[in-house]
Design a binder for this molecule. Structure first.
Ligand code: G6P
Length: 607
């Protein structure tokens, strides 16, 4: 993954690039670097660690120049030190890169045999050497790109700066995202439109395999085979106003509190607030004939898919499988004619999910994208798009995008159930009303975070934590465990409550907190038995339930959280909020960086 940026301006390039990189830091923060061109030469600054380290380097040694490239890294090839920090330079050429050049080892061997010497362990450096060689042999930078591009394999995006060419950047993308920004007498490029939002909203998205020549006067795009192509200019929907932290300590805290709004906006993308009527996006608009739904996703989005399966089966009566994108893409899955795949992704750029989408298409499925970024690659490669309207999400651990995905899926299940005649008009109305009430109930939960602070104190000190849930609460247990381990580094496992007796019960003793997600629904009595099994072995129970659940089981809990009463179908959306708060507050208590936890990145564009 990594975040990349390029600037051709009439203003100093370094501050513009640092500002854009701050909005790309969610893509990785192992190291950072900038290169600029001035007076015919290239100048470079790099630092290991987060952008703040590069800022210190720049303060001591500012970078001149109005053209430049910048990078924030999530390490793949080579440890996260200064030598491996981008930009990589060979002769006259500097490169910043996101993704992987898969044939880098063969290319490196060829270049070394021809006399090149390498400074880093990265796959990126081969691109700099290859371009430099072509230019040294008399090719123009454009000709060099046309010759080098067909020799590279893998999924990547990169931007090139050439010494002595201060009105030129070269940019290329294959699978990894890249957005070009147009200005007045200026041109920009970045991994996404959010990076460029404060400087321009005029965006040209490169298509898969494209490469481009940027000059201050304009941009020329070429397809993979070198023929010039037109790519449409669009106005990005992201404004600079949407990308601040407000008065919150972390983006994650802000994004948890954004949820009432994110859920309401998303709901109204599926269900008309005036009429209560749900609409189906293509390719699900022929709902009666949809043979099966296959959900493809990674990480938190996968857990949204696991929750959706319950709704799609019970409310819409449709066969549904949920697949981890990274596993599905290499399987010879047998899928029916007339099946629809739903690719679920906050970013719309996770490479595993994109590759799974392409695989599903090759297996004859139509594809619906459920994404939070309308211009994303997954949206553009799908037959239809259902947008979550969560707004930009910066915290690496996904929060509001998840509850927005749940909302969109439940709305979709209701619309499908109605269209297929699986539920009657009364049931549609009941479910729509239940959904309409969710933003208010989430806001109620967010009013008082005090109880979660006390629980977070225990979680932050635990070695292992178990999260249990059944039915619709099972994916929420998985999500709760993922949130905790991602941002506090405390080992946590989410388990189907009924499976606990088949293994994890061996972990339980008086030191293991067990978070039980148990609204008083059809699964409640069985979960209650599992809670008794935990208690019998001395485990510490943290029970999330409603009034009826508290009356039945509250006495057996070490910590009891009573949530508002809601219909069981919408409970997963509401019960997500406490598990997010507990993890976030535990991270604050431990002093880990909730927004940028170690080793992770938000948008994972490597396989
Ligand atoms: C990364 C992030 C997770 C996210 C997952 C899928 O691993 O750290 O928070 O859930 O990618 O991302 P997507 O953008 O496809 O939903």
């Amino acid at each position: 993954m990594c975040g990349i940026v390029g600037v051709l301006s009439d203003k100093p390039a370094a501050p513009l690039m640092m500002d854009a990189l701050r909005r790309l830091e969610y893509r990785g923060y192992d190291s950072a670097g900038l290169a600029t061109g001035s007076g015919g030469a290239l100048d470079r600054r790099r630092a290991a660690g987060k952008l703040s380290a590069l800022q210190d380097v720049l303060e001591a040694a500012p970078l001149p120049g109005t053209s430049g490239i910048g990078h924030t890294r999530w390490a793949t090839h080579g440890p996260p030190n200064v030598e491996n920090a981008h930009p990589h330079v060979a002769g006259r050429v500097a490169v910043v890169h996101n993704g992987i050049i898969e044939n880098h080892a063969a290319l490196r061997a060829e270049l070394i045999a021809a006399g090149a010497s390498f400074e880093s362990a990265t796959d990126t450096e081969v691109v700099a050497h290859m371009l430099d060689r072509e230019i040294a042999d008399g090719a123009s930078p454009e000709q060099a790109m046309a010759r080098v591009m067909p020799r590279l394999t893998g999924a990547f995006a990169f931007v090139v700066l050439v010494a002595g060419e201060e009105d030129l950047l070269l940019a290329a993308r294959r699978a990894s995202p890249l957005a070009i920004g147009l200005g007045d007498g200026a041109a920009y490029v970045g991994s996404d439109a959010v990076a460029l939002a404060p400087i321009t909203r005029r965006i040209v998205y490169l298509e898969d395999g494209d490469w481009a020549v940027l000059r201050r006067s304009g941009v020329q795009v070429f397809a993979g085979d070198g023929t010039p192509v037109e790519r449409r200019e669009q106005i990005s929907t992201v404004s600079a106003a949407m990308i601040g932290k407000g008065n919150y300590r972390h983006f994650m805290e802000k994004e948890i509190h954004d949820q009432p709004e994110a859920i309401a906006h998303t709901l109204h993308a599926v269900i008309d607030p005036g009429t209560g009527k749900a609409t189906l996006p293509p390719p699900l608009d022929t709902a009666e004939t949809v043979a099966k739904i296959t959900i493809l996703a990674a990480g938190t989005s996968y857990y949204a898919g696991l929750t959706a399966r319950y709704w799609l089966e019970s409310i819409a009566g449709i066969a549904c499988e949920v697949e981890l994108a990274s596993e599905f893409r290499d399987r010879k899955a047998v899928l029916p004619d007339g099946g629809v795949a739903i690719a679920v992704s906050q970013s719309g750029e996770s490479l595993d999910t994109l590759m799974a989408l392409r695989h599903a298409k090759a297996l004859g499925q139509k594809v619906l994208a459920l994404v939070n970024v309308p211009e994303s690659t997954i949206a553009r490669e799908s037959d239809g798009v259902l947008l979550t309207r969560a707004g930009p999400e910066f915290g690496v651990a996904s929060t509001k995008a998840f509850t927005a995905q749940l909302t969109a899926f439940l709305g979709l299940a209701v619309a499908l159930g109605a269209a297929r005649g699986h539920i009657d008009a009364g049931e549609v109305l009941r479910l729509v009303k239940a959904l309409e009430a969710v933003p208010g109930r989430v806001a109620d939960v967010l009013k008082d975070t005090g109880p979660y602070q006390i629980i977070a104190h225990d979680l932050a000190r635990a070695r292992d934590v178990l999260y249990l849930g059944r039915g619709l609460s099972y994916p929420i247990a998985l999500e709760g465990a993922l949130k905790l381990k991602e941002i506090t580094y405390v080992h946590a496992e989410g388990y189907a409550a009924g499976e606990m007796k088949h293994g994890p019960i061996a972990l339980i003793d008086e030191h293991v907190p067990v978070v039980i997600v148990a609204p008083s629904d059809g699964w409640f009595d069985k979960t209650a038995s599992n809670m008794a099994e935990v208690r019998a072995r001395g485990g510490k129970v943290i029970l999330l339930t409603d009034k009826a659940g508290a009356a039945a089981l509250g006495d057996g809990a070490d910590h009891l959280v009573v949530l508002p009463d809601v219909p069981s179908e919408v409970a997963p959306i509401l019960y997500t909020v406490p598990v997010q708060l507990m993890a976030y507050l535990a991270a604050v208590e431990k002093g880990t960086d909730a927004d940028q936890p170690r080793n992770l990145a938000k948008s994972v564009t490597v396989e």
